[in-house]
Design a protein around this ligand. Structure first.
Ligand SMILES: [Ca+2]
Ligand SMILES: [Ca+2]
Ligand SMILES: [Ca+2]
Length: 389
């Protein structure tokens, strides 16, 4: 059967256990439809699209749930009045085919697990330990939606915005929503099937656009990502400078924890600099950045990027300075140290980077910190960035 689900709970059924029956007939409970209790060789087939309520005898129950192969499901048994255990299989009901989604804690009342369906059905065995008269439980199979994209960034360009995000492992595609109203979320105009980075052209300079991104897989669409915003502008002419001393990013776009800091001593112009991880160490497995507005370098004689910085970057982590000539879709490394900044300098140093090779372009500049799986230091402080001609 084709399954198209819009909500989390796909089906639930209630089984009222009549302990007093002693293994004989089963009767409806709460108006539900009685169902024969399945066996290992002949499980009861349950439609995900049809809520079921019925009653079965105590002891062991088997169910076959049609699902979409490759999708992830969360299986929950909530035992209202007695203990149950849960086991989920793939193509049959023998342990050699187990999905590794077996719960056997005899002392727990509620049991749940997640499993990726490798076939078109999940076989679920609910093991009863039912001794109380009238014991019943709820079994729920819930398609797990993909996570919302993280690391979303919107870079303003001339009449365009470039929106990027980090990939989501179990997503098969992404939707982008935009609006001129903050907070519109998934109520904005939808662009389906986008890939990162997406260049949103045809924008009006001076107008602020708000974006969210969603992940999509066979189970449906994720919740919206965090909102990002950008205001397209004609490329800035040189010279430009940024001291961050009004406590804002002054038009730079941040991912991760990048932001201004007024920590004493961590600036060259008071009271703010910009840093990857204000007040804390950076995170493992981070790839975060700040990206500048667009600068028009055409006609510049000797365009130069200058900044002051100090840093504490662990042996296997790196800071990079990068330039994009396509509005933030692709970047080239212009860090004046081979393989990026690493190690520690504890007083601000001035850096000048020749941008002459970009004289025919409009560019955006990015400071990016990339970290590995282990070992976190304070990070990278940058202040008084300028681009001169
Ligand atoms: Ca400053
Ligand atoms: Ca590290
Ligand atoms: Ca830090």
């Amino acid at each position: 059967m084709k399954l198209t689900w819009k909500n989390f709970t796909i089906f639930a059924f209630f089984l009222s256990l009549l302990a007093s029956c002693g293994g004989g007939s089963s009767t409806p409970d709460g108006g539900g439809v009685p169902v024969a209790q399945g066996s290992a060789s002949s499980p009861v087939s349950i439609s995900l699209s049809t809520p079921y309520a019925g009653s079965v005898d105590k002891t062991i129950s088997y169910y076959r749930i049609p699902v979409t192969a490759g999708s992830i499901y969360k299986i929950t048994v909530t035992a209202m009045t007695d203990d149950v255990d849960l086991a989920v299989w793939r193509t049959n009901l023998w342990s050699s085919d187990a999905l590794g989604c077996t719960s056997g804690n005899l002392n727990l009342i509620d049991e749940q697990c997640e499993a990726t369906a490798t076939q078109t059905a999940l076989y679920i065995q609910v093991l009863g330990g039912f001794t109380n008269a009238g014991a019943f439980f709820t079994l729920t199979v819930t398609p797990v939606l993909p996570a919302a994209p993280a690391g979303v960034i919107a870079i303003a360009g001339n009449s365009q915005v470039t929106v990027s995000w980090s990939p989501v492992s179990d997503a098969t595609s992404y939707n982008l929503y935009f609006s001129q109203t903050s907070g519109a979320g998934k109520g904005g105009t939808k662009i389906a099937g986008v890939t990162s980075p997406h260049v949103h052209t045809g924008r009006t300079n001076g107008v602020t656009y708000y974006y969210v991104v969603t992940s999509v897989n066979a189970n449906g669409e994720s919740v919206a990502s965090a909102q990002v915003a950008a205001t397209p502008v004609a490329a800035l002419t040189l010279p430009q400078s940024f001291n961050f001393d009004n406590g804002t990013l002054q038009g730079w776009s941040a991912t991760g924890a990048w932001g201004v800091t007024s920590a004493a001593g961590y600036f060259t112009s008071s009271p703010y600099s910009v840093t990857d991880s204000p007040n804390v160490n950076y995170s493992n497995n981070a790839n975060t950045s700040i990206t500048s507005p667009v600068f028009d370098l055409t006609g510049a004689v000797s365009p130069t990027l200058s900044f002051y910085h100090e840093y504490s970057i662990e042996t296997f982590d790196r800071g990079y300075v990068e330039v994009s000539t396509d509005g933030g879709v692709t970047f080239v490394d212009v860090t004046p140290i081979v393989d990026g900044y690493v190690g520690e300098i504890f007083s601000f140093a001035n850096v000048a980077i020749d941008l002459s090779s970009f004289k025919t372009s409009s560019v955006v500049i990015r400071f990016r910190l990339q970290t590995d799986w282990n070992g976190v230091f304070d990070g990278w402080y940058i202040d008084d960035i300028s681009i001169t001609n």
